[in-house]
Structure formats: C-alpha cells, structure tokens
Write a protein that binds this ligand. Structure first.
Ligand code: FES
Length: 159
C-alpha cells in the first residue's frame, strides 16, 4: 500500500460518513477513467454526477442485482421437486427461488458471468441478459438471475 503513496485514499463510512458522488470523484478532469464498484445507490450517484461528462470514461460493477424494471409477476415450477414459486413484479427469479428455499448458486446477478445458466423445460423466457447467444436461447437456456418469464407464461426450470 505504501508504494502508492497519496494516490490511494481509504475513507471509511464510520469515520467520514457516507460520501457524496462529488466527494468521491474529486477534481475529475477530462480524460479521466473512473472505475467504481459498490452498491447500486453509490453507482447511481456516480453515474448521475457524470451524465454530462462525455470526456470521462466510467467503468462500474454493482455489488448486487440491478433493480427489476417493468417486471410482471409470474410463477415458476422446479422440475426436480414439482414446487411452484411465485415471483413478484419487483424481484428477480433467482431471489424468489432462494427465498423459497430452492438453492440456486449465482455470482454476478447481472447476466454477464453465466453462472446461473438454466434450462427452461416449459414456458417462454423474456431474456434480459446480453450474454446468451441466440442458439443458446433457442436451445432453451436462460439466466435466471436477470431474465424472467414472458408475459402470461409459466416457466418450468430444470432445477
Ligand atoms: S449470476 Fe452471473 S449471469 Fe447470472
């Protein structure tokens, strides 16, 4: 750590309080690349602060799943047990399964690592990821951490 000198600052919330995006970004001159990872409210604040800064390059990674946008409730069946789980409009399929005690491992929860690749045995998925290829989708795969059932569809998953 010492080799980085004053180029690195450690700021803890218990000492400095919650920082604002302005405080975190400091004197962010044109040409700066900003790398941020953390909870969604922090990243939203930083993105908002930089919205008109075309000459600042922002890279970010959330620590949690993004909020569900325009979600509709649906139900899903777990093929191995026959259990049916209700998925609320504002929760992910993955979180509904975990809430119901159906173990489903995950990593990024954002649809880019591929950990939660799951086969749909019945029903139609509404794909919200940018990872799966069309052949994978055509072959019945979906990412349950971010994708949902198509409107009016009930899913049966190979879990
Ligand atoms: S957990 Fe990473 S793609 Fe779903």
């Amino acid at each position: 750590m010492n080799r980085f000198g004053d180029r690195i600052q450690i700021r803890t919330d218990d000492v400095g309080g919650l920082p604002t995006a302005t405080e975190l970004l400091g004197d962010c001159t044109d040409g700066t690349a900003v790398y941020a990872c953390g909870p969604a409210p922090l990243l939203t604040a930083i993105r908002s602060e930089l919205v008109d800064r075309d000459n600042v390059e922002l890279h970010f990674e959330r620590f949690a799943a993004p909020p569900v946008v325009d979600g509709k409730e649906f139900t899903v069946s777990v093929a191995s047990t026959g259990e049916t789980v209700h998925v609320g409009a504002d929760e992910t399929l993955l979180s509904a399964l975990n809430r119901a005690g159906v173990h489903a491992s995950y990593s990024c929860q954002q649809g880019f690592c591929g950990t939660r690749r799951t086969r749909v045995l019945d029903g139609t998925a509404e794909h919200r990821d940018t990872l799966l290829t069309e052949p994978e989708r055509d072959n019945g795969m979906m990412l349950i951490c971010i994708s949902r059932a198509a409107e009016g569809s009930h899913l049966t998953l190979d879990l």
